[in-house]
Design a protein. Structure first.
Length: 152
């Protein structure tokens, strides 16, 4: 990943987004157990989600809680350094049900690469999360372009 800030220095990075049945908050280590439970319960579902089909995450064999925590800590560090932004998707009760990743494209520095997933048992929220995030990126973020696999 890049070590250069992904957004202008004067841009106030949004701390949250709320939608019907969900909200986003920056992902960090305190989400470890709930995040781990969310994605490990839905590996096949996530790998079939638009934007994840050609990726090596999530690993089919899973990973340990310690490995997951290192991953979450790296995302939190990226957020603090403004090189990428990862948000936990929480339901109205505060349970982790997914994740949103906003990072620079690896192939075009002028494009934000966005991916999101929700747990298999909350699949009905995939499109509402996608649509809310896409509108949020257009209205509240400084990106001229973003790549976010559409939902059908």
């Amino acid at each position: 990943m890049s070590t250069s800030p992904f957004v202008p220095p004067d841009f106030d990075v949004p701390e949250s987004l709320s939608g019907t049945g969900f909200r986003l908050e920056p992902l960090n280590g305190r989400h470890n157990e709930a995040d781990h439970a969310a994605w490990t319960s839905s590996i096949a579902h996530i790998r079939a989600t638009p934007g994840f089909q050609d990726r090596d995450w999530p690993p089919p064999a899973g990973m340990s809680l310690e490995e997951n925590l290192r991953d979450l800590d790296q995302h939190a560090e990226d957020f603090a350094r403004r090189t990428g932004f990862t948000y936990s998707v929480l339901d109205d009760g505060g349970e982790v049900i997914g994740c949103v990743y906003i990072y620079p494209s690896r192939t075009d520095s002028g494009v934000a690469q966005v991916r999101s997933w929700v747990r298999a048992d909350r699949a009905e929220l995939d499109r509402p999360v996608h649509d809310a995030v896409a509108a949020w990126l257009s209205s509240a973020w400084p990106f001229e372009r973003f790549d976010y696999a559409p939902r059908v």
